[in-house]
Design a protein around this ligand. Structure first.
Ligand code: F6R
Length: 611
């Protein structure tokens, strides 16, 4: 939430910052701004609204070799130009961009106002700029001024400071909000996410909490809060910049939906994760000893939002394939309850970004109580990836649309592998393991067959796009898919929708059903099919308009449902990887029909780094 970028080098910083902000805009798009040093003075340009608004007011010929930029997701202070970042300290000597929340800003602000400091915004961030300005005025050098400021503020931050009197210098600081440094040849970059940097350099340094970095064009030095030097490893990231382009698609979301056959193939193919001859999976990153597979008695999976739906499927797979009691929890809820952490429980944290505050804080809580947490993470080098005891990268590649699609299917695929590995270490037979491995290998082609029906889904979307609300129903592994389909529709089309268990609907919510209510029902071959078809009859009997997503050719479904989206058959455990696609497309096309901004839905940001 909030995107930060900074540059120091010999090129003009302005286009580099603007291009970086474009890649970070998914983190927030309430307002945007850049600041740079021009002839010993700070030049700050900022504007409410999408980045295009800022672009439109950038002075022609604005040029500087040092600058910072920000794209905002508002927390403190409304959405307007004054509250956009960079925030500037009194005297115009220091500017700062911030991602996070300063908990004690109110007390600090009162103190500064009592000292006659005039504030120009309602943000918590301005307190940081004003404090740094005071220390600079008192004669501190920039690094000391930043350090003194950090000693006073409590909360979460990724920060980058810029100084009028020190062109060629930026200072970054991290506590709870990510910051990554990009190391180039005679130039340096800093950003809240490697996306903004990959185009310029693959060499990165991930800052950890409590670290600051002083950056010049040729050098950087990282220190902890006590000013002791910290040696950091320069890592090379593998993403190519093209991964973050739209490749001719209208939106990132559509591109990412269509990428799923490849991203899921990467999730099981990367590094030879499937071992066909032994009918198992190889997941070295879990760092588990043979004994662990027998000693683990339970699995608990934490996540938020879409990742939570993947976690629910993960728990289902762990129980049905590996026969280990497993449950998924909304991370923030588990944390509220002061989690009971058990030695024999293995914990998993699922997150695309690896930065979601609710999941991260719960991961930390579990680990602080001695629990072992495995990450199921997409973003390499993210905070959760670095703080977990081991884990699996899902290899979905950069996910740019705010609504998660390909990360979800890659998370589900990762749990298929984890469940297969545990199952084979415990009591799944070689032949059953081989058969599952063979079915996994077929999935990318089956996914392509689902995607080939996009036009049919678009037709259905048009037909129902004026409906005021939708229900989504499923059982077993299709229950989280119903929840995921409903979430996609809410978040990108702003249409009220509810995903629920097809068993639970008759215990109250069925009262909502009438001739205007589209009810999307997921019915797949397997243990739950008959009951799901029974549920469809009940919805139809109440005049609900059933849209069926199914992999069976059953005359009852064609009779009951007003529209049927047919997906290829696979075993029930793998069916979520196919049934979710029409639901992603349905939400997408309804949103397009309603003229929503699909990649940047209102009120949202991709990584929610506040609790
Ligand atoms: C919905 C969506 C969110 C995220 C959630 C967790 O499309 O993207 O619900 O799934 O905010 O984010 P990560 O996976 O980054 O932890």
């Amino acid at each position: 939430m909030c995107g930060i970028v900074g540059y120091v080098g010999s090129r003009n910083a302005v286009p580099i910052l603007m291009e970086g902000l474009k890649r970070l805009e998914y983190r927030g798009y309430d307002s945007a701004g850049i600041g740079c040093v021009v002839r010993g003075k700070l030049k700050v340009v900022k504007k409410e609204g999408h980045l295009a608004n800022l672009e439109a007011i950038l002075p022609e010929g604005l040029s500087s070799t040092t600058g910072i930029g920000h794209t905002r997701w508002a927390t403190h202070g409304g959405v307007n130009d004054a509250n956009a970042h960079p925030q500037i300290g009194a005297g115009g000597k220091v500017a700062v961009v911030h991602n996070g929340i300063i908990d004690n800003y109110d007390a600090l602000k009162k103190r500064l106002i009592a000292e006659d400091v005039a504030f120009t915004s309602d943000t918590d961030t301005e307190v940081i700029a004003q404090l740094a300005a005071k220390f600079l005025d008192a004669g501190d050098d920039p690094e000391t001024a930043v350090r003194q400021t950090l000693e006073l503020i409590h909360g979460t931050y990724g920060l980058v400071f810029l100084f009028a009197d020190h062109p060629g210098l930026i200072i970054g600081a991290r506590n709870g909000s990510p910051l990554v440094l990009g190391v180039g040849e005679g130039e340096m970059f800093i950003a809240s996410d490697a996306n903004a940097i990959v185009r310029h350099t693959p060499k990165v340094v991930y800052l950890d909490d409590g670290e600051t970095v002083v950056v010049t064009a040729d050098d950087f030095s990282t220190k902890d809060l006590r000013a002791a030097v910290v040696d950091k490893r320069v890592e090379t990231i593998e993403w190519v910049a093209a991964d973050t382009d739209k490749n001719g698609y209208q939106d990132y979301m559509l591109k990412e939906i269509f990428e799923q056959p490849e991203s899921v193939a990467r999730a099981f193919g990367e590094g030879g994760r499937l071992v066909p001859e032994f009918g198992t999976a190889k997941l070295g990153g879990l760092n588990l000893e043979r004994r662990d597979f027998f000693d683990i008695r339970r699995v608990q999976i934490i996540a938020m939002g879409t990742a939570y739906h993947a976690a629910m499927i993960g728990a289902h797979l762990m129980e049905t394939i590996a026969r280990i009691p497993a449950r998924a929890e909304i991370a923030s809820e588990l944390r509220c309850r002061n989690p009971i952490v058990e030695k024999e429980t293995l914990y998993f944290a699922v997150s695309q970004s690896g930065e979601t505050a609710d999941t991260l804080m719960t991961l930390r809580e579990i680990r602080s109580k001695g629990g072992r947490v495995m990450g199921v993470i997409n973003v390499v080098g993210s905070t959760m990836a670095r703080e977990s005891d081991g884990g699996v990268y899902v290899h979905a590649g950069p996910e740019m649309a705010v609504a998660s699609t390909k990360a979800f299917t890659s998370q589900v695929m990762s749990f298929v592998l984890i469940a297969l590995l545990f199952a084979r270490m415990r009591d799944l037979s070689l032949s059953d393991g081989k058969s599952l491995v063979a079915d996994i290998g077929l999935l990318p082609d089956l996914m392509r067959r689902v995607l080939a029906q996009a036009e049919e889904v678009r037709r259905i979307a048009r037909k129902y796009s004026s409906a005021a609300s939708f229900l989504y129903l499923g059982r077993g592994p299709s229950y989280p898919i119903a929840m995921e389909g409903a979430l996609k529709l809410k978040e990108i089309a702003y249409v009220f929708s509810e995903g629920m268990s097809a068993g639970d609907v008759k215990h109250g919510p069925i009262a909502l059903v009438n001739e205007e209510m589209p009810v999307v029902m997921v019915a797949v071959k397997g243990d739950n099919l008959e009951k799901t078809i029974g549920g469809m009859e009940e919805i139809r009997a109440r005049k609900g308009r059933v849209i069926a997503v199914t992999n069976v050719d059953d005359p009852r479904i064609t009779r009951i449902a007003e529209d049927v989206i047919q997906v290829p058959e696979t075993r029930e455990a793998l069916s979520p990887l196919l049934t979710v696609i029409p639901l992603q497309l349905l939400a997408y096309y309804i949103a397009v029909e309603l003229k929503r901004n699909v990649d940047r839905p209102r009120n949202l940001a991709k990584s929610v780094t506040v609790e």
